[in-house]
Design a protein around this ligand. Structure first.
Ligand SMILES: O=C(O)CCC(=O)C(=O)O
Length: 273
C-alpha cells in the first residue's frame, strides 16, 4: 500500500500524518492528469444495500412518488441534500478509506465535507444534466494570490450505470484549463468519454472537470448515486446561507437588510456550489 507522510507546519508545533492510500502513485498521477479516478468496489455489498434503502426512504418522504425534476432540465432528477443529518446509514461511509485516503492524498490530510447529497433519476424520463463543473468560481485573469477552489467530488453509484440509464460523461484534462463548458449544453464535446460502472463503484472527480450525467432512457432503470464534495478544512462551509458561525444579532440584522453581494461575501454568505 502506498504510504504518504505529511507534516503540518503551524508555527507552534508540528503535526504528523501518516496516510495509507488505497491507490498506486500511478493512479494518483493519472487522476492529476485527467481529473477523474475510478475506484472499483468502493463500498461493501452490505453498505450498498443499506445506502440504497436509506436513499429510497428519503426519496419517498421528500418526493412522494413524483418523478418531476426539482431543478428543471439543467439538473434533471431528484436531489436529496444534507444526508448526514437525515439518516445515520450515511455515517457508515463518512470515512471510507478506499476513497477518503485518495482525496487526502490529493488535497492534504485535513479535509472537510462541503456537501453530502444524492441524485436519483428515473427510467423513461430522459433526466440528464447539462455540461458543468462542480465549483464554478474561476476568476480570469487569475490574480497573483487567487487560488482555484480545491474541491474533490466523490460520486458513489448505488446502481449499475449503463448507457441506457445515462453514463457519467467526462472530458479528461478540462480541470486544468479553467474554462467553463458551453452554457446549458447537452450535446457532444470533443474528447468526452462515457463512464459506465457497476454499482458500488466510486468516481472521484476534480471540481473543474467538465462532466454531465446522461439521460435515463426508456430502457433504463432507477439510477441512484451519492455526491460527496470535499475540500481542505480551511475553506468555509458550503453555500446556501445561514448566519456565519461567528455571527451575532447585529450581523444577522445587517445580512437581513442588504442585497449587496460584497457585504454578503464579507460576512461569509457568498458561495458557489
Ligand atoms: O449523476 C451524475 O452522474 C452526475 C451528477 C452531477 O454531475 C451533479 O449533480 O453535479
Amino acid at each position: 500500500m502506498l504510504q504518504k507522510q505529511f507534516k503540518q507546519l503551524n508555527g507552534i508545533g508540528e503535526g504528523e500524518f501518516i496516510l495509507d492510500v488505497y491507490a498506486t502513485q500511478e493512479q494518483l498521477n493519472d487522476f492529476e492528469e485527467k481529473g477523474y479516478l475510478i475506484v472499483e468496489e468502493a463500498i461493501t455489498p452490505e453498505q450498498l444495500v443499506s445506502l440504497r434503502d436509506a436513499v429510497d426512504r428519503l426519496i419517498f418522504n421528500e418526493f412522494a412518488g413524483k418523478q418531476e425534476s426539482q431543478y428543471g432540465k439543467t439538473f434533471g432528477g431528484h436531489f436529496l441534500r444534507g444526508l448526514l443529518d437525515k439518516d445515520e446509514a450515511f455515517h457508515e461511509i463518512l470515512i471510507n478509506p478506499k476513497t477518503t485516503s485518495i482525496i487526502q492524498a490529493m488535497l492534504g490530510p485535513r479535509i472537510q465535507i462541503r456537501s453530502f447529497s444524492s441524485r436519483v433519476t428515473y427510467p423513461g424520463t430522459g433526466q440528464e444534466t447539462m455540461w458543468h463543473i462542480d465549483q464554478p468560481s474561476w476568476i480570469e485573469p487569475k490574480p497573483p494570490f487567487f487560488s482555484y477552489p480545491p474541491v474533490i467530488n466523490c460520486i458513489i453509484f448505488l446502481d449499475d450505470v449503463t448507457p441506457e440509464m445515462g453514463a457519467l460523461s467526462v472530458v479528461p484534462g478540462t480541470h486544468k484549463h479553467s474554462k467553463l463548458p458551453p452554457s446549458e449544453y447537452y450535446g457532444t464535446i470533443e474528447g468526452e468519454i462515457d463512464l459506465c460502472v457497476p454499482a458500488g463503484t466510486a468516481i472521484i472527480t476534480h471540481c473543474g472537470i467538465w462532466h454531465r450525467g446522461k439521460a435515463n432512457t426508456e430502457k433504463g432503470r432507477i439510477r441512484r448515486n451519492l455526491l460527496i464534495d470535499h475540500s481542505p478544512i480551511w475553506m468555509k462551509d458550503a453555500m446556501f446561507g445561514g448566519v456565519p458561525s461567528w455571527g451575532g444579532p447585529l450581523t444577522s440584522k445587517l445580512l437581513a437588510s442588504t442585497e449587496d453581494p460584497l457585504v454578503k461575501d464579507l460576512l461569509g454568505q457568498g458561495g458557489t456550489h
